[in-house]
Design a protein around this ligand. Sequence first.
Ligand code: UP5
Ligand code: MG
Length: 203
Amino acid sequence: FSSSDVTVVFVLGGPGSGKGTQSAHLVKDYGFTHLSAGDLLRAEQNRPGSQYGDLIRSYIRDGKIVPMEITVALLSNAMADALAHRSSQPSGASKPRFLIDGFPRKLDQAVFFEDTVCKSEFTLFLNCPEDVMEKRLLKRGETSGRDDDNAESIRKRFRVFVETSMPVVDAFRKQGKVVSVEATGEVDEVYAHIKEAIAVKDI
Ligand code: UP5
Ligand code: MG
């Protein structure tokens, strides 16, 4: 994909910072196609006949980052699918826009994706302290059925986020490509901050 044909915005932030929740709002107001790397991996994990099911399950439970070949293939297939659907519709004139949530989680993934799939326009970073995120995830864990919404997996996810994924945000920040938003308040309050912060962006 060429960034002259599609717009890619990454949504990054710690586990439970609200990436999925806020992406849903952005889809409604800006017509983004939302692609959650974690959701795509969970779908692949549960797809009958997938050769990666067991691998993905064990990586996610341990909060480890799944080898990027798998994740990037899932993402670029989902982008191609969305574009194929779109071209059969009498679409508007604007470029297709993708919100890619929870990816890239490692520096080499960021470089690989931008070199081989598409350059990102910017990264929306949801900044949230661990105690707030932990509370949200434990609460969700009461009903989510997610293998990684338990105290031990959450601890591992936080560590991987700090050690491995924050460097991605820092690298994009050095390129002047990060919009950072405080993600601690109520959902609507955080969303209002996001809208304000991205108003200056050409999307
Ligand atoms: N909630 C949200 N916002 C709130 C607010 N403002 N106030 C109060 N509550 C709020 O929100 C989490 C919970 O908090 C929900 O119950 C929500 O209602 C509430 P959500 O919007 O789901 O937050 P999100 O940041 O999306 O949290 P998520 O748990 O999805 O983050 P993770 O980054 O941990 O999960 P993800 O699915 O992206 O990845 C899971 C695993 O997949 C990774 O650990 C890794 O093992 C693997 N993975 C890869 O290997 N590679 C990838 O590229 C991606 C994932
Ligand atoms: Mg999510």
